[in-house]
Design a protein around this ligand. Structure first.
Ligand code: C2E
Ligand code: MG
Ligand code: MG
Length: 734
């Protein structure tokens, strides 16, 4: 065999099989002249043998050869993998049509009749090689296209107007997992593979497209031969302008993976991965749709914001897994009470009157401790409260986390469309506002939204902003209200009360802005400022009037829980030149009791430093006298609402008297707040109350007005004392 030089371009190789040495020589020379590397063999067996071991680009076979003739050899070559597409030229006898026919039957590419015209043979070979190259390219391109279709899970199918399948690619068989022997010649065979639920739609669309030539773009399911279900996309070209509208080529693509991915993405985008509940995005979409349809059909929608109170505190003591577990269990209970957790379910509950109340519902998770439940097509606004009663009942039982029982308190707010509005975000906000306004006066734990609540929220929002500014610019003020001894009318101290004269809204009540300061986390700063201002003022008055009197500072419940703020107070008092004993902190009874254990440390620090503690507003909170002894307080302030109710003949007088006695037995001083009349003062004196505070002595005063008041009070008091000879001289208060 002739070897081609490694560096020269690859030479084509020809195999020449002929037992005629002359032909071998002449034909061999011709082929070499055309640039072929020629191998010659003498019979069919050698030819097949040569092909199994070597590669050739063309084979020339004589028909008549010993041992194995050309026909046999051609057949054998075609059976070889590499011989399938090889150009084979048969050398036949002149006009031997039988042989020519047979040659084609056994797979010859072409023939040349002997005696050979070398000129013609040269052209023939060129032609065969060119055709072979084209065929090879076509095969490659076909292969590439098949590969591409397989990779893209594509197949195509063609049917005619009679609905016969005229072509079906391998891709289709692969998509449908069609067995080799499966009959797939008619449109109906294809329709047999379509999912039963999609059949009508698919038949209708394809029939329509066959009829009018419109393009097809259809997603549906198919059931494969192994029973598995796949999603496919069917696309056909627009054949409106086509000359042959009776044919239709359809591309089929398996889009199951895409649909699965889309589903996963959808879940990620619209569902909470911890609880599996719809998230805020899905809630908004759902509520948008619900409200639109509610508007059209004039139905009522209820939006419920439902949450667990003090959840952050609750999970503080839990590790991450337990906290997640608790969230899941909470979500589970919400789901359970909704019976079906899925997007929509029809619920029907009976009300007390036995009438059925119904609604559709969606439950979504807003935050770890907050859920939104949308009840649509609500048959009566009452349905929302019925629903909440049932839901809240579920939360009466404790949760078990790490062998611990955890009880949670739930609250909820309800807004209604169209009553409260038709905007998705607003309805959620309104329900949140209603939830935020739930207080002790709502034993059920939920409230319906009211317009006034929103006005309040808007006002609070702007007040919060202005209060922050007022604190920065120190435009708040401290007023002082005298506390007077009932024994000798001496001034025993003042209560420092914060005032805010808003630039446009005027005086804002401390009850209002203190609550805002608490909500906005400003109470520590505000309380600290009041304390510093009051202490500085007291130091000033000390030099001015030459005697000390006490100052009471209010501490709000949230302020007491702010460890940093309380530490700053301790630090300030320790460093201040003021006599610690003149400072008294006022805390309400409920504040003290609710935070007894956690607050005891800080309260004891105050006491150790010499400061006093007073129980403020006594009678409004738990009013549990038995608790008094447990509190390290030395003063009890009876709330003004009690004092306003006393009159010589009613039971309040006896109650006040009882409170005074009890407080005295515990070694406490009693002061009555809001004393406005001489009658009240007289009753309190008879009940042995120690001190009074209220408009009878004076309302809270600015520092300047207080100085004026003090001067005149002392003059009047001295005057009265000397006239009535009631009690001795002004006692210095230490
Ligand atoms: P409180 O500590 O019980 O203060 C007594 C309230 O009674 C004051 O209301 C005072 O003006 C009012 N009052 C005084 N005498 C009379 C009277 O004869 N009749 C009537 N009807 N009321 C009288 P104010 O100043 O509006 O303060 C309300 C509440 O705001 C205070 O109640 C206190 O809890 C809180 N507060 C005021 N300033 C501060 C502060 O600086 N810090 C904290 N944490 N709370 C404060
Ligand atoms: Mg007070
Ligand atoms: Mg009070």
């Amino acid at each position: 065999m002739i070897q081609a030089a490694a560096s020269s371009p690859k030479k084509l190789k020809a195999l020449l099989a002929d037992d005629d040495a002359g032909i071998q020589l002449t034909l061999g020379a011709l082929l070499e002249q055309k640039g072929y590397v020629v191998s010659t063999v003498n019979n069919g067996i050698e030819a097949v043998e040569a092909l199994t071991h070597d590669e050739f680009d063309i084979v020339l076979l004589d028909i008549r050869m010993p041992q194995m003739d050309g026909f046999e050899a051609c057949k054998s070559i075609r059976e070889l993998e590499k011989g399938k597409n090889l150009p084979i030229l048969m050398l036949t006898g002149q006009d031997d049509t039988e042989s020519i026919k047979k040659a084609f039957e056994v797979g010859a590419t072409d023939f040349v009749a002997k005696p050979i015209s070398f000129v013609l043979l040269g052209f023939r070979i060129d032609y065969i090689m060119r055709a072979s190259n084209i065929a090879e390219e076509l095969r490659n391109s076909q292969q590439r296209s098949n590969n591409a279709q397989r990779i893209a899970d594509l197949g195509h199918i063609e049917w005619n107007a009679d609905r016969e399948i005229v072509h079906c690619s391998n891709g289709i068989r692969e998509i449908l997992l069609l067995p080799e022997q499966a009959k797939f010649t008619h449109f109906d065979h294809f329709i047999d593979c379509v999912h039963p639920d999609d059949k009508d739609r698919v038949v209708a669309s394809i029939s329509q497209s066959l009829l009018n030539g419109n393009a097809l773009n259809l997603e549906h399911r198919v059931v494969r031969s192994d029973g598995s279900v796949r999603f496919v996309l069917q696309i056909s070209e627009d054949r409106l302008g086509s000359k042959k509208p009776d044919r239709m080529v359809v591309t089929l693509q398996d889009i199951t993976d895409r649909i699965d991915t889309e589903k996963k993405l959808h879940e990620l985008a619209y569902y909470d991965d911890l609880t599996g509940l719809p998230n805020r995005s899905l809630l908004i979409q759902h509520l948008d749709r619900t409200l639109k349809s509610a508007l059209r059909y004039q139905t009522t929608t209820a939006v419920i914001v439902f949450g667990v109170e003090k959840f952050d505190k609750l999970v503080e003591s839990l590790d991450h897994d337990s906290a997640e577990n608790l969230i899941k269990m909470i979500a589970e209970r919400v789901k359970n009470s909704c019976r079906e957790s899925d997007l929509l379910s029809r619920e029907s509950v009976g009300n007390q009157a036995g009438e059925n109340i119904s609604y559709h519902q969606l439950t979504a998770k807003l935050r770890n401790d907050e859920f939104v439940i949308v009840l649509s097509e609500v048959s009566s606004p009452q349905a929302a409260s019925m629903f909440l009663h049932r839901l809240m009942e579920q939360f009466e039982q404790a949760f078990r986390v790490n062998d611990r029982k955890i009880y949670v308190k739930t609250t909820a707010g309800i807004s209604l469309a169209p009553l409260d509005g038709n905007s998705t975000n607003q309805l959620i906000k309104f329900a949140e506002i209603a939830k935020g306004s739930v207080n002790n006066e709502n034993p059920e734990g939920f409230r319906y939204f009211k317009r006034e609540l929103n006005d309040q929220v808007t006002r609070n929002f702007s007040l919060a902003h202005d209060l922050r500014k007022a604190l920065q610019q120190e435009t708040l003020e401290v007023y002082y209200q005298p506390k007077v001894s009932l024994l000798d009318n001496t001034l025993v101290g003042v209560e420092a009360l914060c005032r805010w004269n808003h630039p446009t809204l005027g005086e804002i009540s401390p009850t209002e802005f203190i609550a805002i300061a608490e909500d906005e986390g400003l109470i520590g700063e505000l309380g600290g400022w009041v304390l510093r201002t009051a202490c500085n003022q007291l130091l000033k008055w000390k030099t001015e009037f030459d005697y000390d009197f006490g100052v009471s500072i209010n501490i709000s419940p949230k302020q007491l829980l702010d460890e940093q703020a309380m530490k700053r107070i301790v630090d300030y008092i320790s460093a201040s030149p003021i006599n610690n004993e003149i400072i008294e902190f006022e805390l309400t009874e409920s504040t003290l009791l609710a935070n007894f254990e956690s607050s005891l440390n800080i309260l004891n620090q105050f006491i150790k430093m010499g400061c006093g503690l007073a129980i403020d507003d006594f009678g409004t909170g738990y009013s549990s006298l038995s608790y008094l002894g447990k509190l390290p307080a030395k003063t009890l302030k009876i709330d003004k609402s009690f004092i306003h109710s006393i009159d010589p003949n009613n039971q309040y007088t006896a109650i006040v008297s009882g409170i005074v006695k009890l407080a005295h037995s515990l070694g406490m001083t009693v002061i009555a707040e809001g004393v406005e009349t001489d009658v009240q003062k007289a009753i309190l004196a008879r009940a042995h109350c120690d001190e009074i505070q209220g408009s009878l002595a004076s309302l809270p005063l600015s520092p300047q007005d207080f100085a004026n008041w003090l001067n005149s009070w002392e003059v009047r008091r001295m005057d009265a004392d000397s006239k009535n000879k009631i009690r001795g001289p002004i006692t210095k208060w230490h």
